[in-house]
Design a protein around this ligand. Structure first.
Ligand code: GDP
Ligand code: MG
Length: 445
C-alpha cells in the first residue's frame, strides 16, 4: 500500500516540472531509437545529453506523459542538430555566390552517387537557375566513367567536357576550368573518381584537384544506406580535403537517415541536397524537420505534444477570458498576453481560441500591433513595479520617466502603451460580452 501511495505522491509532485527520473526513462527509449536509425554512438550521447539538459525542469504539459514530452524535446534537438529550428533560417541547396565560372567539386566513395548527382545538379542549375553548366569527369580509373557522365550531360541538356585519352585528373580539371573561362560558363561541375574505401592515393588526388581549381563548393556525396560507416567517410574527407556541404543519396531506400545527423555533427558541414532515386529529376532540398522525423520515427507523438502545448495556451486564454469578464485585466495580464502573442505569431491566433470572438477578428487584425512594438511594450511593463502593473492609474509623470529610462524608451512610448492598454481593455470588455453570449448559445467550443 505504501508503495502505491508513494507512486501517487510522486505523480502529484511531478506535476509542474519534468524530473530527472522522467527524463532518464525517456532517454533510454530515445537512445535506442537513434541507434536503430544508424546515428553514430558519440553523436547519440551528445544528443541525449542535450535533451537531458533541456528537459529536466521543463514545465510539464498537461494531458501528455512525461515520456512523450521528452520525445518532443528530442525532436527539437534533432532538428537543431541538423541545422534547422525556430529562428534559424535554413537555406537549402548549393551556393553559387562566387565569380564565374563557379567550380563545384564532387567527392565521395565509389558508388555513392557522385556521377548521378552531378547530372542532377546540372539539370537543376540549367532549368531552375538558368545557368550555363559544364560537366567534367575526372574519373580516369574506370573506363566507362567518362562516358557515363557524357550520357547524363546529354540527358540534362548541358555540355560535357570533350574526352581526351591519357590525361590525368589534374590535367582534365585544368582543361575544364580553361574551357569554362573561355566559353563563359557559369558553373563547372567536377566529378571525381571514388574508391571502394578511403585510401591515401584517392585523398591525395582529390586534394590536388581541389588546390588547383579552388572550388566554391566541395560536395561530399554519401549513400544513406551506409549508415554507421558514413561517419568515417565524412571525417576522412573533411580532414583531408575539406567539405562545404553534404549530399545524401538513396533516401528513396529504407534507411532511417541517421547518417545525416552523424555526418553533420562530425564535419559541421550542412546537408545540402538529397538524392531520392536514379532519375535526374530525383534531387530534393534538405529539410531538417523531415529528416528528424524520419530518424526518430515518432511523428505521431511529436504532433500529439505540439497539440497539447496548444491546449495549454487555450487553457490560459480561457483563464484570461474569465479575468476579463470580472474586470480584473491589468498590465500584468497584458504583459502575459504580449508574450503569448509573440509565441503564437499573432494576436488573432490567441484570441481566436476564445469563444465567440470570430466576428472581432478583422478588428483585432487592424489593431496595429506589430512585433517590435510588442517587444518594446513588454520591456516597458518589465520596468514597472508589480504595484504599478496592477494599478496603472497611479502612473504619473515621475513614475513614467523612471519606467521609460529603465526600458530604454521615452515617456511618449509609455503613454502610447497605456493608451493601447486602455483600448485593449475596452475592446476586451466588449469581446467578453460577445463571448458570454456565445457561451450561452453553444458552450466553450
Ligand atoms: P559514383 O560512383 O559515386 O559516381 O556513383 P554513381 O553516380 O555512378 O551511382 C551508382 C549507382 O547508384 C547508379 O546505379 C545510380 O543510378 C545509383 N544512384 C545514385 N543516386 C541514387 C539515389 O539517390 N537513389 C537510388 N535509388 N539510386 C541512386
Ligand atoms: Mg562516378
Amino acid at each position: 500500500l505504501s508503495g502505491k501511495l508513494n507512486g501517487v505522491f510522486d505523480r502529484l509532485r511531478r506535476r509542474g516540472a519534468l524530473t530527472e527520473a522522467d527524463v532518464a526513462e525517456a532517454s533510454r527509449e530515445v537512445r535506442l531509437a537513434l541507434l536503430e536509425a544508424d546515428v553514430a554512438l558519440p553523436v547519440v550521447k551528445d544528443i541525449v545529453a542535450k535533451v537531458r539538459e533541456r528537459a529536466v525542469g521543463a514545465e510539464v504539459i498537461k494531458s501528455v506523459s512525461p515520456a512523450q514530452q521528452v520525445i518532443k524535446i528530442v525532436n527539437d534537438c534533432l532538428v537543431e542538430a541538423l541545422g534547422g529550428g525556430e529562428g534559424v533560417e535554413h537555406v537549402p541547396g548549393i551556393s553559387l555566390a562566387a565569380a564565374a565560372p563557379v567550380a563545384i567539386l564532387m567527392i565521395g566513395l565509389q558508388g555513392s552517387g557522385k556521377t548521378t548527382t552531378s547530372g542532377k545538379i546540372a539539370l537543376r542549375l540549367r532549368t531552375r537557375d538558368k545557368k550555363k553548366v559544364l560537366l567534367a569527369s575526372l574519373d580516369v580509373h574506370r573506363p566507362a566513367a567518362q562516358l557515363q557522365l557524357e550520357t547524363l550531360a546529354r540527358q540534362a541538356g548541358v555540355t560535357s567536357l570533350p574526352i581526351v585519352a591519357g590525361q590525368s585528373p589534374l590535367q582534365i580539371a585544368a582543361r575544364a576550368m580553361e574551357v569554362a573561362r573561355g566559353e563563359l560558363y557559369d558553373v563547372v561541375i567536377l566529378d571525381t573518381a571514388g574508391r571502394l574505401s578511403i585510401d591515401e592515393a584517392l585523398m591525395d588526388e582529390v586534394a590536388a584537384v581541389k588546390a588547383a581549381t579552388r572550388p566554391h563548393e566541395s560536395l561530399l556525396v554519401v549513400d544513406a544506406m551506409t549508415g554507421q560507416d558514413a561517419v568515417q567517410t565524412a571525417r576522412a574527407f573533411n580532414e583531408r580535403v575539406g567539405v562545404t556541404g553534404i549530399v545524401m543519396t538513396r533516401v528513396d531506400g529504407d534507411a532511417r537517415g541517421g547518417a545525416a545527423l552523424s555526418m553533420r555533427a562530425v564535419t559541421g558541414a550542412p546537408i545540402k541536397l538529397l538524392g531520392a532515386g536514379e532519375k535526374l529529376e530525383a534531387l530534393e532540398d534538405f529539410h531538417p524537420d523531415r529528416i528528424a522525423g524520419r530518424i526518430l520515427g515518432m511523428g505521431d507523438i511529436v504532433s500529439l505534444v505540439e497539440k497539447a502545448a496548444e491546449t495549454i495556451d487555450r487553457a490560459e486564454a480561457e483563464k484570461m477570458a474569465a479575468k476579463m469578464q470580472k474586470g480584473q485585466f491589468d498590465l500584468e495580464d497584458y504583459a502575459g498576453q504580449l508574450k503569448q502573442i509573440g509565441k503564437m505569431g499573432s494576436l488573432s491566433g490567441i484570441l481566436g481560441m476564445l469563444p465567440g470572438i470570430g466576428k472581432m477578428k478583422a478588428q483585432i487584425e487592424n489593431a496595429n500591433l506589430d512585433n517590435t512594438l510588442l517587444k518594446r511594450q513588454a520591456a516597458i511593463i518589465g520596468s514597472m513595479t508589480p504595484k504599478e502593473r496592477r494599478n496603472p492609474d497611479i502612473l504619473k509623470a515621475s513614475r513614467k520617466k523612471r519606467i521609460a529610462a529603465g526600458a530604454g524608451a521615452t515617456v511618449q512610448d509609455v503613454n502610447r502603451l497605456l493608451k493601447q492598454f486602455d483600448d485593449m481593455s475596452a475592446m476586451m470588455k466588449r469581446m467578453s460580452k460577445l463571448g458570454q453570449k456565445g457561451m450561452m448559445r453553444g458552450g466553450l467550443g
